[in-house]
Design a protein around this ligand. Structure first.
Ligand SMILES: C[S@@+](CC[C@H](N)C(=O)[O-])C[C@H]1O[C@@H](n2cnc3c(N)ncnc32)[C@H](O)[C@@H]1O
Length: 229
């Protein structure tokens, strides 16, 4: 089943219960809580927030101190139905859109102050996730909270080393430029950060969610240099 078709029916109704005792779920909650308290200490005007994909709206109850308006976008009507159950005691306006990331980000022109995107970017190939990152960086004018997987394939690293020995440097540069999947963890991190830098975003904080030998899952809190916060 394709990622886009997975979150319907019982998968949507059981989504949070199946995950709420898992370490990475709780690390994500702790990271978001820290970022939200940092933003609320700043104490400025409240924010217009886009949660993409909103899923079951897990962040809605946490956003009270900083939310002026909330937009939740998700392809799954069943996940949105779960998210709507969370808004009974919520004072800020919550709006939901059953839409794809591509349609929503390219069709709507209004800017937001903050985009939250968790458990999403790592499900796409590098080219698509780059596209999503660029559209999100253009849509938000102040902050981004992004969960990113930085992977390192040893086989790819060996191939790269081998090509360095055999081919001309020009060829290596071409590979590094065009195949970010072949970069090592720190190179891939630099690649993503340079991409976001093009849109004036810089990394404020990184939270480690999960780590294995070849891959690291992190939440990045990025701030636009144009932000007046
Ligand atoms: C793993 S859940 C993450 C939900 C939430 N952000 C969280 O942290 O729990 C992935 C979500 O992406 C949504 N999704 C999948 N493909 C999508 C697409 N093309 N556009 C928008 N949402 C999509 C699914 O319906 C699902 O709710």
């Amino acid at each position: 089943m394709k990622f886009e078709e997975e979150y319907y029916g019982i998968t949507a109704t059981n989504y949070e219960n199946r995950r709420k005792d898992m370490k990475d779920w709780n690390n994500e909650e702790a990271a978001l809580q820290k970022i939200i308290s940092e933003l609320s200490v700043v104490g400025h005007k409240k924010l217009c927030i886009l949660d993409l994909p909103c899923g079951t709206g897990r962040w809605i109850p946490h956003l009270k101190p900083i939310a002026d308006t909330y937009f939740g976008v998700d392809i799954s009507k069943d996940m949105i139905a779960e998210a709507k159950k969370k808004i009974t005691d919520i004072e800020f306006p919550c709006n939901f859109f059953e839409d794809t990331w591509l349609d929503y980000l390219t069709r709507t022109e209004d800017k937001v102050d903050l985009i939250i995107s968790t458990r999403f970017l790592m499900s796409w190939d590098k080219k698509t996730s780059r596209n999503i990152l660029e559209l999100m960086a253009q849509k938000s004018q102040r902050f981004l909270i992004l969960e990113i997987r930085i992977t390192e394939s040893r086989i790819e690293q060996l191939k790269l080393l081998f090509s360095m020995l055999i081919f001309r440097p020009k060829r290596i540069l071409y590979r590094l430029k065009n195949y970010p999947g072949n970069l090592t963890k720190s190179q891939l991190k630099t690649f993503y950060l340079n991409l976001l830098k093009k849109y004036n975003y810089s990394l404020k904080k990184e939270f480690l969610i999960k780590e294995s030998n070849h891959s690291k899952l992190v939440i990045w809190f990025l701030e636009s240099n144009n932000s007046t916060f």
